[in-house]
Design a protein around this ligand. Structure first.
Ligand SMILES: [Zn+2]
Length: 422
């Protein structure tokens, strides 16, 4: 997952049970408070705590299989094997490499997707051996998102063991491409093709702790290349300069006004190009990103940046009286859509109520995760944590404190069952 901000929730709304009759499943609109009293659900929740050692072993095993974005295949095969072994139905791998398995309910809909991502930010060759120091596990990717993978596997295991039955179907997914360069390619495939129009509720278990992310910070990333003929710095003096255009562009970009609320940002992060100190360069490039949780604000800052770049090119050409000499190419290299799931929506209320019912505490937050995709499509979605406490995600020093981490598995089970009601 990418950096997320947590904000406190005041006046936590807990779903109240509507006239509970005998047999919570027959009733069809059972709340988390009702469901936790069901014998099979209770057994699965208790099993999650009792079998935490197994969950931790899975977490370590998954983590020790390298899985950089675009190279998730081997780890994916292991998840496929486990899904099959646990008896999920219709276990399959889609075109992108997402691994899916169904926990069939009484009917196909509503369909709830419980997902965790396979990929890590760490390049091939990274030492992914996990070291254990009493309650703490050390290893790149151990929390983000091997915890999520271990939790979905544990949820399936305990629900199967306890023979939990649901009205709707839960599809468990180990998906590819969540991290930076992956650009959400796994969930894009899931929503655009594999399960197009078949997902009613989506949960990503990403990272650690107990929290509910309901706001998706979107981002656009560009690589912008300015090009021209170049030439000798003395002999060809007077030639329009790609770096000149780029400098003007950066100066204009830095003056762009953005709203504080919803927080909207931009950054020129890298520049490069040129040939030598005594050459007019034939190219110059920059990489920039922009972010907002509000699609309109993201679109607006994007449009202003495009305008600034085009104006800068025109000015550089005009300065030297060489119209059209400098050209510019703007490549979109990252596109994570913005969106949100309203605080008063049933999925967010359930996300908070499940924590309350289990005696934990969950805050609402915002972030950039696989849920960006469904949120942009207005499919009810949240991203939650897998329990425990994570440190240094995306760093080689990443660690995971396993103390009471079973809470994350219990949370996932009760959430999945709650969302698979009518
Ligand atoms: Zn993650």
């Amino acid at each position: 997952m990418l950096r997320s901000v947590t904000r406190a929730v005041f006046g936590l709304a807990v779903t109240t049970a509507a006239a509970v009759s005998s047999g919570v499943f027959a009733q069809g609109a059972a709340s988390p408070a009702d469901l936790v009293k069901d014998a099979a659900v209770r057994a699965a929740i208790d099993g999650a705590k009792a079998s935490e050692a197994q969950t931790i072993e899975d977490q370590i095993r998954f983590c020790e299989i390298p899985a950089p974005s675009f190279k998730e295949e081997v780890r994916g095969r292991e998840l496929q094997r486990v899904f099959q072994q646990l008896g999920l139905q219709n276990v399959r791998v889609d075109k992108a490499g997402n691994v899916l398995g169904d926990y069939a309910g009484a009917s196909a809909r509503p369909r709830v997707v419980m997902a965790a991502h396979l990929d890590t930010v760490f390049p091939e060759g990274t030492n992914v051996k996990v070291k254990r120091e009493s309650a703490v596990l050390h290893g790149p990717g151990i929390g983000d998102d091997c915890r999520g993978l271990a939790v979905i596997v544990a949820a399936v295991r305990e629900m199967k063991k306890a023979k939990v039955q649901t009205p709707g179907t839960i599809t468990f997914v180990a998906n590819v491409g969540e991290e930076g360069l992956g650009d959400l390619r796994g969930v894009k495939e899931l929503f655009n093709s594999t399960l197009k129009d078949q997902i009613d509720r989506f949960v990503s278990i990403d990272g650690t702790g107990i929290h509910v992310t309901n706001v998706a910070v979107g981002s656009h990333r560009y690589r912008v290349t300015f090009s021209g003929p170049g030439g000798h710095s003395f002999g060809a003096f007077g030639m329009a300069n790609p770096m000149g255009a780029m400098g003007r562009a950066i100066a204009k970009i830095q003056e762009i006004q953005v709203p504080k609320q919803p927080k909207t940002t931009f950054n020129v992060g890298r520049i490069g190009g040129g040939t030598s100190v005594n050459s007019i360069p034939f190219d110059g490039w920059m990489e920039l990103d922009m972010r907002s949780s509000d699609p309109a604000s993201l679109a607006a800052v994007d449009a202003n940046i495009q305008k600034a770049i085009d104006a800068a090119v025109a000015e550089e050409n005009a300065r030297w009286g060489k119209p059209g000499v400098i050209t510019v190419k703007k490549e979109l290299v990252g596109d994570r859509p913005a969106g949100s799931t309203p605080e008063n929506s049933p999925i967010v209320k359930d996300g908070l109520a499940v924590a309350t019912v289990l005696g934990f505490n969950a805050n609402l937050g915002e972030g950039s995760t696989d849920s960006n995709m469904p949120m942009s499509l207005h499919v009810p979605a949240i991203t939650v944590g897998g329990g425990g406490r994570g440190h240094d995600a995306h760093a080689l020093t990443e660690s995971f404190d396993t103390t009471d981490a079973w809470q994350g598995t219990q949370y996932a089970i009760l959430l999945a069952v709650s969302l698979a009601q009518k």
